[in-house]
Design a protein around this ligand. Sequence first.
Ligand code: FMN
Length: 324
Amino acid sequence: MMILPRNSDGCPYLLLAPMEGVGDRAFRKAMASIGGFDEGVQDFLRVPANAHIKSLATRYQSNEITPFPLAAQLMGSDISLMAEMTREMEARGAPRVDLNCGCPSNTVTGKGAGSSLLKDPNHLYTIAKAMVDAVSIPVTAKLRSGFEDTSLFKENLLAAQESGIQYLTLHPRTKVDGYGPPARWDLIAEAKSFLRIPVVGNGDILTVADACKMLQNTGCDALMIGRGSIINPFLFHEIKAHFSGKPYVPQWEQLLAYFTTYMAETPVHLPERTKINRMKQLLGFFCKGTPALLDRRQEMLQTSDEEVGAFFKSVRPYLENGWR
Ligand SMILES: Cc1cc2nc3c(=O)[nH]c(=O)nc-3n(C[C@H](O)[C@H](O)[C@H](O)COP(=O)(O)O)c2cc1C
């Protein structure tokens, strides 16, 4: 069984969560410029019934955030295509392939993939097992706690375990919950009580104190953080510093590199307006964690600039003065 290693200070393995839309390649590259996490996970690659596997697979680049490993995540419900795509990911150098059992989107769930897999533990088992049997690299799964409710919670997690996956990540909200109610960390503790395989705890970790509380209250083996890392891109370093006992002092240059990397890695073909809106979204998250900026957020994000570089130039003084 795979072990999720702790570092020499005892800090558990830290994963950067997959976040389709917000947490795309540009964001992962930006996060890699700051570092602190141990592994990234690409947002889901949808494998539809008519998928052309070879061309779809090129969307995954194993060296995207080198030196950090990047796992691939697949979402689909066709057993043989999912197995074939898992093989393709292995051929492309993926260190691990994750099965998405959580995406709440109706366009996805309508076709029996993502969180819809949580309605049928047998199907979940069959897909996960086909993926496990297809490759020699680790296969894992990321699950919500259920579809409408948690009545199949235990069955789903056991089905995933029995398929031969190496570990699972639990985001303890149902599909129906969306992102609304607080993540039910008690379910992570429950999962730990009956599973043999390691469990990665996920959901609502925004601070070092949250990370410690999650570890203490659930006994989970590793942590995955999504939105908390957009609000505070230094969070992974801060968690590591808590374990090492050495203070972590973020530098302005790192933050500047984070935003400029994000800008540089945003696809060039996008209209400037879209690039500006994406930048605003990232800045909006960042402001949430920075009281001095939150107060001036409206003023800061208002712009008549036509080009993303000019826009960033106008927000840069706000950031430089208020980021700490
Ligand atoms: C915008 C957005 C996109 C997401 N995309 C994915 C995805 O592609 N695959 C996945 O497994 N989870 C996805 N998630 C769920 C996150 O990985 C994570 O489980 C969830 O946000 C809870 O963790 P957090 O509170 O640390 O953000 C997404 C979440 C958000 C907010």
